[in-house]
Design a protein around this ligand. Structure first.
Ligand code: 4AD
Ligand code: MG
Length: 430
C-alpha cells in the first residue's frame, strides 16, 4: 500500500510494511548500511537500508542514489525516539524511479545562485514550507470574502490606462497601439459594485519599480475588494476583520508550519483587533518625535514606516493623507478638506505598508475636477468616469499585496521568498 510520510508520523502504521514514493533528501552509505532521508510533499523521514534485507538490485539502487533521485521504497515502520519525527523505516525494498544527475544545490550557496536555480531551489524545505503557508494564507483570505457574500471577479490584465500613476507602468505594444500591464484591478472591481455590491479580485498587478528593496516586486499578487455603500470606517473595519481572520486561522490550524517558516505563532496570536488608527498629521509628528525626520506633506518611506511601527505588535492604520500625494480617485474628506478618506495599513516590526485603501470619489463632477487637477486626460478614463453618470453610489475598497502580507505573517527577510519566481528590476529568469 502506498502511503505518505505524514501518515507514518501519525503512528497508525507502526510495525506495518508500507510503501512510499518520494525523493532522496539526504544520503549516506557505509559498510552494509545506507541511510537515506526521504521526502515527499507531506514530510521527511529516515530510511535505513540493510544489505541483507533487500534484493541485490535494490541494494545497488540504494547505493547509487543521489540527493533528489526519485524513488519508491518499501519497508517496516519502526518507532525510534532518536529519529526526527519519532519514526524510522527499515527498508525491504528500494527502487529508483529516476536517478538523475548530481543535484546542483548544496549548502552555503550565494543568494544570486539560488535565484538562478530557483526552479530547483523550490524543492528546498524552506521554500516548500513557505509555499505551503502561502497557499493556506491565500485560501483563508478568499474564504473570508466568500463567507461574507463577496463575489470574485476576473479583471483584464492588459489595460489602456494606469490606476496608480505613470512612473511605474509597464508599457506594451498592443497590435500597434500602446497598452499597459495593469497596476491594479481596482477600477474594474468598481464596475461590479453597481451590480454585485461586494466583490473582490485576486490577480497579479505590475509595477515597473526602479528601486531594489526588500518589499517591492515588479509583479505581485493583489487582493482587491470593493464594496458599495461602505465608508472609510467600514472599510478599515473590514480590513481589520480580514487580517484577524487569516492570522487566527493560521495560528489555529497550522502552528507547526508557522514555526517551520521561522514565525512564532505566539507572536501572531497577539494580533487582535482593534488596530490603532492614526491620522496622517499625527503620524508625521510621531515619526519626528521618535527620531525620524519628515515634513508634513511628504509620503512615508520604508524608514518612516519602520520608525512608526517599531514598538507595535499589531498592524496600525494611518489615514487621511494629504490629497496632493494620493491617487486621483480618492474622495476628499468633507470634514478635513485637503485630506482624503484613505488609509494605509502598516505591519509591525519594519514590515510596513501591506494595504492601501480609500473611499472613492463617486460623484461625476468631483471626479472630473480632481482628474483635471492631476492633469489626467479624461479620454483615457472615459469608461471609469462614466460609471459615475448612472446610478452611482458611495463605495470603498482596498488593495492588499499578497506577498507583503505573507512576508509579514511569516516574518520573512525579503519579499522575494513570498513568491516562487520573483520579478525584480534585475531578474525575470527563471
Ligand atoms: O497602495 P497601492 O499602490 O494601491 C492600489 O493599487 C489601489 N488601487 C488598491 C485599491 O484600493 N484597490 O497598492 C496596494 C498594495 C500596497 O499596500 C502593497 O501591499 C502592494 O499593493 N504593493 C506592492 N507589493 C509588492 N510590490 C510592489 N511593487 C507593490 N506595490 C504595491
Ligand atoms: Mg500605497
Amino acid at each position: 500500500m502506498i502511503t505518505t510520510i505524514a501518515k507514518v508520523f501519525t503512528g497508525q502504521m507502526e510495525g506495518k510494511e508500507i510503501s512510499l514514493r518520494g525523493w532522496v533528501y539526504r544520503h549516506r552509505s557505509g559498510g552494509n548500511m545506507v541511510f537515506a532521508v526521504v521526502r515527499d510533499s507531506t514530510g521527511i523521514i529516515q530510511v535505513a537500508v540493510k544489505k541483507d534485507k533487500v534484493s541485490e538490485k535494490d541494494w545497488k539502487d540504494a547505493n547509487d542514489a543521489y540527493v533528489e533521485s526519485s524513488l519508491t521504497i518499501r519497508g517496516v515502520v519502526k518507532k525510534d525516539e532518536r529519529a526526527p519525527g519519532g519514526y524510522e523505516i527499515g527498508a525491504t525494498g528500494f527502487e529508483l524511479i529516476s536517478r538523475g544527475e548530481p543535484f546542483p544545490v548544496a549548502k552555503d550557496l550565494s543568494e544570486e545562485y539560488l535565484l538562478d536555480i530557483r526552479h530547483l531551489w523550490m524543492r528546498s524545505q524552506k521554500m516548500t514550507n513557505i509555499m505551503k503557508a502561502r497557499h493556506h494564507i491565500v485560501n483563508y483570505l478568499r474564504e473570508f470574502f466568500n463567507n461574507d457574500g463577496f463575489y470574485e471577479i476576473a479583471p483584464p490584465i492588459i489595460t489602456r490606462s494606469g490606476c496608480e500613476g505613470g512612473s511605474t507602468l509597464f508599457e506594451m505594444d498592443y497590435f500597434g497601439e500602446k497598452a499597459y500591464l495593469t497596476q491594479s484591478s481596482q477600477m474594474y472591481a468598481e464596475v461590479f459594485v453597481f451590480s454585485h455590491e461586494k466583490v473582490y479580485v485576486l490577480a497579479p498587478s505590475f509595477r515597473a519599480e526602479k528601486s531594489r528593496t526588500i518589499r517591492h516586486l515588479a509583479e505581485y499578487w493583489h487582493l482587491e475588494p470593493e464594496m458599495a455603500f461602505y465608508d472609510q470606517k467600514m472599510n478599515m473595519d473590514l480590513q481589520e476583520k480580514m487580517v484577524q481572520y487569516a492570522v487566527e486561522k493560521m495560528v489555529k490550524e497550522h502552528p507547526e508550519l508557522l514555526k517551520a517558516c521561522g514565525r512564532d505563532p505566539l507572536e501572531l496570536e497577539k494580533v487582535l483587533a482593534p488596530f490603532e488608527r492614526m491620522d496622517y498629521a499625527k503620524a508625521v509628528d510621531r515619526v519626528n518625535e521618535l527620531g525620524g525626520k519628515m515634513a508634513h506633506g511628504e509620503d512615508f518611506g520604508a524608514d518612516e514606516e519602520a520608525i512608526l511601527t517599531k514598538e507595535a505588535i499589531r498592524p496600525m492604520f494611518v489615514h487621511n493623507f494629504p490629497k496632493d500625494i494620493k491617487a486621483f480617485y480618492m474622495r476628499e474628506d468633507p470634514k478635513k478638506p485637503g485630506t482624503v478618506l484613505n488609509s494605509d495599513l502598516l505591519a509591525p516590526a519594519g514590515h510596513g505598508e501591506i494595504i492601501g485603501g480609500s473611499e472613492r470619489i463617486w460623484q461625476y463632477d468631483e471626479l472630473v475636477t480632481r482628474m483635471k487637477e492631476q492633469n489626467l486626460d479624461i479620454k483615457d478614463y472615459q469608461w471609469y468616469v462614466d460609471l459615475r453618470k448612472y446610478g452611482s453610489v458611495p463605495h470603498s475598497g482596498f488593495g492588499l499585496g499578497v506577498e507583503r502580507f505573507v512576508k509579514w505573517m511569516l516574518n520573512l527577510d525579503h519579499i522575494r521568498d513570498a513568491i516562487p519566481f520573483p520579478r525584480t528590476i534585475t531578474r525575470c529568469y527563471p
